[in-house]
Design a protein around this ligand. Structure first.
Ligand SMILES: Nc1ncnc2c1ncn2[C@@H]1O[C@H](COP(=O)(O)OP(=O)(O)O)[C@@H](O)[C@H]1O
Ligand SMILES: [Mg+2]
Length: 377
């Protein structure tokens, strides 16, 4: 039997009808794109940055004057990788069955790429065999020029952009900034999860991208909006769920998009038609059990003091005053300097983050399921 389609998406983008809210953020993003403003989109992981880009790009799919290109550079370690990824996405975004597509594809072919095919997807992958960095630099420039020369507006999203800080070549930012400045029909979205690195690239006055873009911050989806969305999707699919159960899901997952989606996906896949509060609680326990192995792996990555601190932060949910006597004594966490070092390590390992998008900033555990699991321990 064919598996029933699950309307709670947990990977990739499947269409507007499965996408919750983000009306405000997408309107800003579109306004920027259409008015020649480059945007940086940075926010914590798994909140919906990549989803938002696809949602916005999807809205232009029937517009023949606009072409959207999305490239994720997480897997790249140098300019060569970057060039190959860029060439591949451009190549795959144009088809030879129309004149512009043909022109672009021919232009790319004139750079003599090696074209291979991905084993899993069968999609073409391009790579270049060039002698030195300078040649890669000029190839990037040519790729952007091909795009520019079409009679279209081009919107390019570079996801996990902070990765360029890892490149062997240290001038990548300056190089890209220089090229981007010369483009007239091409607008960019720079997206990234690592707050510290993204801040370094865009908010450090000594770096090339400083003050070159408009910042867009992505916060948790409003609970009322998520409530409506969950309710609607279940009822559209002939499932019954009550208010208490939806409230529980949102609370349990902290309304952190991936975790909320995952919970609903799991609940949906259980096949229960008439969902009651006990079902939802059982599902919560099942999910924690399912993830237990991952949680134990986290523990192996940490010292026992770090683990204890993470547990304390999880129990607090929102830790406003990490150095208060009250907090330190409550969980017997040692000295204030131990807390400082512990927090540093947990931030570095991305097990917690510092939420600064509110009036009173606080520390919070990244993984909402880990947070709940630690609370029960
Ligand atoms: N607005 C949304 N409505 C429903 N699902 C979403 C929404 N935004 C993101 N998702 C889903 O949540 C998960 C995490 O989102 P993603 O965009 O990958 O986060 P990020 O890029 O910030 O790490 C993905 O599975 C995605 O499909
Ligand atoms: Mg992403």
């Amino acid at each position: 039997m064919e598996k029933e389609f699950n309307p709670f998406i947990v990977s990739g983008y499947k269409g507007q009808q499965y996408f919750c809210d983000r009306e405000f953020e997408s309107s800003i993003l579109k306004k920027n794109l259409e008015n020649n403003i480059n945007t940086t989109l940075f926010a914590i992981r798994r909140i919906g940055k990549t989803g938002l880009i696809h949602y916005v790009f999807d809205s232009y799919k029937n517009n023949s004057k606009i072409k959207c290109i999305y490239v994720d550079i997480l897997s790249s370690y140098n300019l060569k990788d970057f060039t190959n990824l860029l060439a591949t996405v451009i190549y795959n975004n144009f088809q030879e069955d129309n004149s512009i597509g043909k022109k672009i594809i021919n232009a790319i072919k004139s750079l003599s790429p090696i074209i291979s095919f991905d084993n899993l997807t069968g999609n073409p992958e391009l790579s270049f065999k060039l002698n030195d960095t300078k040649q890669y630099e000029s190839t990037i420039y040519q790729l952007f020029s091909f795009l520019e020369s079409q009679n279209k507006k081009i919107f390019v999203a570079i996801d996990e952009f902070q990765q360029i800080l890892e490149y062997a070549e240290k001038n990548t930012e300056a190089l890209l900034r220089t090229y981007i400045q010369t483009l007239k029909n091409t607008q960019f979205i720079f997206c990234g999860s690592n707050q510290k690195m993204m801040h370094e690239i865009f908010n450090n006055a000594k770096r090339p991208f400083f003050a070159s873009c408009s910042n867009l911050h992505l916060d948790y989806i409003k609970t009322e909006k998520y409530f409506e969305f969950i309710n609607q999707i279940f009822s559209q699919n002939k499932r019954k769920i009550n208010k208490q159960s939806i409230d529980f899901i949102i609370e349990f997952t902290g309304c952190h998009t991936f975790y909320t989606q995952f919970f609903c996906n799991y609940l949906y896949s259980s096949g229960i038609k008439n969902i009651d509060f006990t079902d939802v609680q059982n599902i919560a326990l099942e999910i924690l059990k399912l993830n237990e192995n991952t949680f134990f792996q986290y523990r192996n990555l940490l010292t026992s003091a770090q683990w204890q601190l993470l547990q304390a932060i999880s129990k607090e949910e929102k830790l406003y005053k990490a150095h208060s006597k009250l907090f330190i004594n409550k969980y017997k966490l040692g000295t204030s300097s131990m807390i400082s070092r512990g927090i540093e390590a947990l931030l570095e390992k991305e097990l917690i983050f510092y939420n600064t998008s509110v009036e009173n900033p606080y520390y919070e555990t990244y993984d909402k399921f880990l947070m709940r699991w630690m609370q029960y321990k």
